[in-house]
Design a protein around this ligand. Structure first.
Ligand code: ATP
Ligand code: MG
Length: 213
């Protein structure tokens, strides 16, 4: 059987990751059939979902940044073991809404825990698994936050309550990661129209899959 392939979609809050995946899903099904496999963190894995509830709980305003980073890594470990590794072993082409780079950008950059430190605990969590391709949706933080506030006024979780400066650090960290690893991380302008973004993303995915699956 051909090997699997692991693609993650990354970007700050409101960048349009979930909207992009909704648009890509029918196109990738048409292209790849049953080999296409979509997931999102925390992956619908019950232990990861339980951990996620703790992370997002508005009551836990005292949560330490290291606690938060370790909880995200723990949720990811279970998602990798239960869903992602078995799917890769079965030759699936996986598309994940967020993965390890989110932790590096949010906890490493945004919360200031350090890129290397957060990368290390996450590589422990995933036993070294990283995506083959990452599409980074980039846009000014003000634009992303405005998109979220417009649609989610009454549903703001603990992670959404951080100020603009936090989101700017997240964005800058994502861009630094892309600069350091241009072979894996491809930046897409998320200010474009949704259809254009989906076309760009599909083209990058097709180029990247060529000859590899
Ligand atoms: N290209 C676009 N142009 C304008 N608005 C967009 C675009 N893409 C998505 N949106 C809108 O922006 C909002 C946020 O999009 P979406 O939920 O897909 O972002 P996200 O990156 O998944 O956010 P989160 O990190 O919070 O999950 C939605 O209301 C969506 O309709
Ligand atoms: Mg989303």
């Amino acid at each position: 059987m051909s090997r699997g392939y692991f693609i993650s979609i990354e970007g700050p809050d409101g960048a349009g990751k979930s909207s992009l995946i909704d648009r890509l899903t029918p196109k990738l099904y048409a292209l790849l059939g049953d080999r296409f496999f979509q997931t999102r963190e925390p992956g619908g894995v019950r232990i990861s979902e339980a951990i996620r509830k703790i992370i997002l709980n508005n009551d836990y305003s005292e949560m330490d940044a290291r606690t938060e980073a370790l909880l995200f890594a723990a949720a990811r470990a279970q998602h990798v073991t239960e869903k992602i590794r078995p799917a890769l072993a079965a030759g699936k082409i996986i598309l994940s809404d967020r993965f390890l780079d989110s932790s590096i950008a949010y906890q490493g950059g945004g919360r200031g825990l350090g890129v290397q430190e957060v990368r290390q605990i996450n590589l422990f969590a995933t036993a070294g698994l990283q995506p083959d391709l990452t599409l980074l949706l980039d846009l000014p933080s003000e634009v992303g936050l405005a998109r979220i506030m417009k649609h989610r006024k009454n549903d703001v979780d603990r992670m959404d309550q951080d100020p603009l400066a936090f989101h700017q650090k997240v964005r800058q960290t994502y861009l630094q990661l892309a600069q350091a690893d241009p072979g894996r991380i491809k930046v897409i302008d998320a200010c474009e129209r949704a259809e254009k973004i989906a076309d760009n993303a599909l083209q990058l995915i097709q180029e990247s899959l060529k000859g590899k699956i």
